[in-house]
Design a protein around this ligand. Structure first.
Ligand code: T4K
Length: 397
């Protein structure tokens, strides 16, 4: 134990942190920069629909990602729904079972049936060896999900989809700025969708972006979004109001300017966690795999109750009492989505991860000192797990 034991919040001591520390990147530009950006919007009195800031953002994203089309939308979930609709899919779509519920809901909204594929226990990405057995005549596509600032081997998925004549697209909500070889995420499959939620490295407060190198898909997406700007209107089945406002675009532009600095800060912070958590029994930090560049936007750990002494949920209760709002992404698991609970019952790795995975804070809400304190606290919790278990059991936690 590095520091003297100070008592735990859950046992009545003062919390370690006065202010709550949430999970999420939550990088905010300075007030002066906001003021400047918003002054322009107010002067122009143009708030939405293909405004100048949106066009600027889309051009800059295309340049940054090296992709032909970047179509910004009001959030990642709508982006996925629109992307799937634009592909005119039918029947079933294979996707990893360890993902956020939005990946499954997007399929459900577009009338498609999810077929869940279990994930790799080491990387948490879709298990490529288990896809073949799920393919039948009703399967029309594979949705890859690039998790935790890593990648799900998109090159191998491209080969597999081609072999079986299936469409391939990606939920890259976690993957903005990540690179596989010399290719940035945004350029794999027929389209990729990013989330620009405030908890992500690129923030529009809420927002998202669909990227594609296919001109026809891009035209369909712009017609679905819809906007009435200077582009070719094509026939689509449905439209959705998923426009990104000028206010969102202004914030995303500042966030894009800050991307390199924020990514670097995340990387430094991630390595502080790595150095400290490595020595604690029963806790395994997941490193972003399959990428040459990661955005390091998540700190994901697995808790082995036997070795750590507390379960993942018990550890979360203890951390919450210290004002560290650790989360259990993903819980109860996308494969438990109502209506689809019976699609593939045998998903042992996902089931295990849903009860052992824990997210710790990284991004603007922490610095090296706070992370050292968090790791030191977790080490103390592990060392005192026996007495904490007695207390938690008495509380029924
Ligand atoms: N695919 C995948 C694989 C995803 O993970 C996601 C979303 C999507 C698709 C869909 O993308 P979006 O439609 O969201 O663009 C969060 C995020 O809302 C969500 O973006 C993310 N993934 C998911 C894994 O986590 P919540 O409900 O946990 O977030 P929320 O709003 O509770 O925020 C987290 C913490 O941050 C809370 O303690 C509150 C705090 N917070 C949040 C915001 C926005 C702040 O302190 N300030 C803030 O401004 O879902």
């Amino acid at each position: 134990m590095n520091n003297l034991y100070r008592g735990f919040g859950i046992l009545g001591a003062e919390p370690l942190f006065e202010k709550t520390i949430p999970i999420g990147q939550l990088y905010f530009p300075s007030w002066e920069r906001y003021e400047n950006a918003f002054r322009g919007i107010f002067e122009r009195q143009y708030y939405n629909n293909n405004g100048p800031l949106l066009s600027q953002l889309e051009n800059k994203l295309q340049e940054f990602l090296g992709v032909k089309h970047a179509i910004c939308v009001s959030n990642g979930t709508l982006g996925l729904m629109m992307g799937i609709d634009a592909l005119n899919l039918s029947g079933k779509v294979i996707l990893p079972s360890f993902t956020f519920i939005a990946s499954v809901q997007a399929l459900s909204w577009t009338g498609l049936e999810p077929v869940f594929c279990d994930v790799d226990p080491a990387t948490h990405q879709i298990d490529l060896n288990k896809i073949d057995e799920l393919i039948d005549d009703d399967v029309s596509a594979i949705m890859g999900v690039n998790l935790w600032g890593g990648a799900c081997n998109p090159l191998a998925l491209e080969r597999l989809a081609k072999k079986h004549n299936l469409e391939l697209f990606f939920d890259s909500a976690h993957g903005f700025g990540c690179q596989v070889g010399d290719r940035k995420l945004a350029n794999f499959g027929c389209l990729e969708v990013f989330s620009f939620h405030a908890t992500k490295i690129l923030s529009a407060t809420e927002g998202g972006c669909i990227c594609t190198n296919d001109d026809d898909i891009s035209s369909r997406l712009r017609s679905i979004r819809p906007s009435y700007g200077d582009y070719e209107q094509v026939d689509v089945l449905r439209v959705a109001n998923a426009r990104m406002s000028e206010a969102q675009a202004a914030i995303a532009l500042m966030s894009l300017e800050d991307f390199d600095a924020n990514r670097h800060n995340n990387e430094v912070l991630f390595h502080v966690y790595e150095a400290h958590l490595n020595n604690i029994p029963g806790i395994r930090l997941i490193k972003p795999e399959g990428v040459t560049v990661s955005n390091y936007q998540y700190v994901v750990c697995e808790i082995d109750k036997q070795a750590f002494g507390l379960s993942r949920d018990q550890l979360i209760s203890v951390l919450h009492a210290e004002n560290i709002i650790a989360r259990r992404y993903f819980y109860p698991g996308a494969h438990r989505t109502i209506g689809f609970e019976n699609n593939n019952a045998n998903l042992p790795v996902t089931d295990k991860l849903c009860s052992t995975c824990l997210q710790l804070p990284i991004g603007a809400m922490v610095d090296e000192g706070k992370i050292e304190k968090i790791c030191d606290l977790i080490s103390q919790i592990q060392e005192m797990s026996d007495s904490l278990t007695t207390h938690l059991n008495a509380r029924g936690a």
